[in-house]
Design a protein around this ligand. Sequence first.
Ligand SMILES: Nc1ncnc2c1ncn2[C@@H]1O[C@H](COP(=O)(O)OP(=O)(O)OP(=O)(O)O)[C@@H](O)[C@H]1O
Ligand SMILES: [Mg+2]
Length: 274
Amino acid sequence: MTPINQHKVNNPNNKILEVHNLVAGYIPNLNILHGCSIHVCVGEIVTILGPNGAGKSTLIKAIAGLLNVVEGHIELQGKNITGMETHRLVREGLGYVPQTENVFAKLSVAENLELGAIHHRDTMAETREKLYDLFPDLARFRNLHAGKLSGGQRQMVAVGRALMASPSLLMLDEPSAGLSPKLTQVVFQQLLKIRDSGVTILMVEQNAKAGLQISDRGYVLAEGVDRVTGDAQSLLHNPEVGELYMGGHGKSTMENVVTATTEVSEPSNGGDSA
Ligand SMILES: Nc1ncnc2c1ncn2[C@@H]1O[C@H](COP(=O)(O)OP(=O)(O)OP(=O)(O)O)[C@@H](O)[C@H]1O
Ligand SMILES: [Mg+2]
């Protein structure tokens, strides 16, 4: 497989991202994260789980430079990136795919991809060809408006756009949101391909069981703090994780907790977004 990125995969001793005791929020004096620490090693897929409102998206946004960090620090490839602006983070190798409004509906697939390479004009054509090799559907749909695609296909465009900047670390917020279990598997298989091409992945996922099945490790956030961490298999069988999901009332492990998914595979005619 042609590497999108030249980073060595599966090196568990080499941290690509380190988040230490992060305190952050949207409004002054009203923090959502209360000392959150995670790390991701080169070549891993790491999933952040947790109940609604736990602060998962907030954590990803804080790493992506979209929030003010009150305390703590963030390192990307050994460099302190705390408080760095989002467009500079893209140049530092950080990709971010938001949960919603992540494609320009009225632009073609090819134009969406081009926008992802706005700071990488010199390598754009080469990266685009690698992407088309990796995901032939992107090539097939290159001239279609992104808004005409199904939910799963739009997600592929959003991910493709982020990959056009040749990130070392790709962060995704709920890549399976709104997708059927079948399409979720398609998207997750694509994430495995991306990881195998040399891109490390950090994702937030409500669909805990399916997310953990493709992950190396995970974190469970609750009330703005990393409460449980471990390798993916141990989290799947950890009763504390099931209880956190069930608001402290459940006795199941995540294996038995069914998370809702709804099928949204119809072509959409939504307006411009990103
Ligand atoms: N833009 C915002 N302004 C103010 N508060 C916000 C904003 N976005 C989220 N919050 C609050 O931050 C807290 C954490 O939200 P966040 O979106 O990080 O949760 P989450 O774990 O991603 O939940 P979900 O599973 O529902 O996506 C919630 O109390 C939420 O109301
Ligand atoms: Mg969220």
